[in-house]
Design a binder for this molecule. Structure first.
Ligand SMILES: Cc1ncc(COP(=O)(O)O)c(C=O)c1O
Length: 429
């Protein structure tokens, strides 16, 4: 029988990037069952999305119940309970960001946030960061800054400006974190002095942990200074928590690691509804209030089933204390990855928070080693562990299991990963 991969060649666009050609038929908890009957321990969670695990019974039940009752109504036609209940629940969770808009995906949430920023401030400028990934629609691609994702799509949205992300491994200024002067922040200040004036700047959009570019954690003091700068000039501070949110980093949202920090706008998607399509923009009510009726909308956005799944997801995160679980298991995995790096120089850096962890593979001279990452992920899959890569240079391993992962399952995954890395290290030594 021909594989799905072979059949797809004739009928599925080749544009989709892929991390593996595994064929999955079902999922339960932290395990996926493949078409050939093999079971994989899933440390990819459908790219940081199946935070409550695959097919969590409470999420499944809530979705089934909603499907039996009402699949679609359209929020522009009728109010229905789950949309408003979810907005209420999220407002309870993050009181300063008390008003919501729901779309269907991360990119749609970003589109909405960009429109909200321009509309509510009546300023055109948007500042984003080099290495950022905010999605594939044209607005989201305009704030995304990896040239391969922008190539052949220019001209993109005007009045979008990019500054260096505060990544410390391969610092854009050749500095070391212990002794740097946040030169990356100075670059942002210089941009406002020389290119786009603050009163023409609607928003600064940042991922508190840079996702697709390799899980770089923005230093706390960078985010604190960013907050002060936005306050000084009335610029909206928008955080993209699409990948880092919903408990993944050991806090409900990654910005909550930073003392005293609160954004003005936040985007969510991925883990919000445990895999059902849902994106959200949460904003301070006084910002959202300036978005007038008719200025934005969506037929499917916040559909009853996705909202029901999101409500169940929030309940599961709370009842099963999954945010704390992410912090605890994440600490163990981070320590194990650090230990592995100490004995395997093919790993140049380990970083992340909670269960949003990364190991960066490097050549002996420190240059990125995407070939090594490919070998690691391929061999892990052969041994029963599904892991995927990422990073600006496709050389970063992501460790992002569902948050329900037990310590025992984490140990089992780590044993496979360590064996594979040690084996590859021995081959290059
Ligand atoms: C930080 C971030 N923003 C936005 C997106 C886009 O989300 P989607 O693929 O749902 O459009 C992603 C997806 O990986 C992401 O990681």
């Amino acid at each position: 029988m021909r594989s799905l991969h072979e059949r797809s060649r004739a009928v599925v666009t080749p544009a989709l990037p892929r991390w593996s050609d595994t064929e999955v038929v079902s999922g339960r908890g932290v395990y996926l069952t493949l078409a050939d009957g093999r079971e994989l321990l899933d440390f990819s969670a459908g790219i940081a999305t199946a935070n409550t695990g695959h097919c969590h019974p409470k999420v499944v039940e809530a979705a089934h119940r909603q499907i039996d009752q009402l699949i679609h109504a359209c929020i522009h036609v009728s109010w229905y309970p789950t949309y408003v209940q979810l907005a209420e629940k999220l407002a309870e969770l993050v009181p300063p960001l008390g008003m919501a808009f729901f779309g269907n995906s991360g990119a749609e949430a970003i589109e909405a946030a960009l429109k909200l920023a321009r509309y509510s401030t009546q300023r055109p400028g948007i500042i984003a960061f080099q290495g950022a990934f905010h999605g594939r629609t044209l607005g989201a691609a305009s704030v995304t800054a990896k040239s391969a994702l922008r190539r052949r799509y220019e001209p993109l949205l005007p009045a979008v400006y990019h500054v260096p992300y505060p990544w410390c491994f391969r610092c854009s200024y050749g500095q070391r974190r212990e002794s740097c002067h946040l030169e990356c922040f100075q670059a942002l200040e210089r941009l406002l002095e020389t290119v786009v004036s603050p009163d023409e700047t609607a928003a600064i959009l940042i991922e508190p942990i840079l996702g697709e570019a390799g899980y770089h954690v923005a230093p706390d003091d960078f985010l604190t200074r960013l907050r002060a700068l936005c306050d000084r000039y009335g610029i909206l501070l928008m955080v993209d928590e699409i990948q880092s949110g919903m408990g993944r980093t050991g806090r409900m949202f990654a910005w909550q690691h930073v003392p005293g920090f609160t954004p003005d706008v936040m985007t969510l998607a991925k883990g919000l509804a445990s895999g059902f399509p849902l994106g959200a923009v949460l904003a301070r009510p006084e910002v959202m209030a300036r978005w007038e009726p008719g200025a934005h909308g969506s037929t499917f956005g916040g559909n009853p089933v996705s909202c029901a799944a999101a409500l169940a997801t929030l309940e599961v995160l709370e009842q099963e204390k999954l945010v704390r679980q992410a912090a605890l298991v994440g600490e163990y995995l981070h320590h194990e990855l650090d230990t592995l790096m100490a004995e395997a120089p093919i790993i140049g850096d380990v970083r992340g928070r909670g269960l949003m962890l990364a190991a960066e593979f490097v050549q002996p001279d420190g240059r990125p080693d995407p070939g090594m990452l490919k070998a690691v992920t391929g061999r892990c899959i052969d041994r029963g562990l599904l892991v995927i890569g990422g990073g600006l240079y496709a050389n970063v391993l992501r460790v992002i299991p569902p948050l329900i992962v037990s310590m025992e399952q984490a140990r089992a995954g780590m044993t496979i990963l360590s064996d594979v890395v040690r084996g590859l290290q021995a081959e290059v030594a």
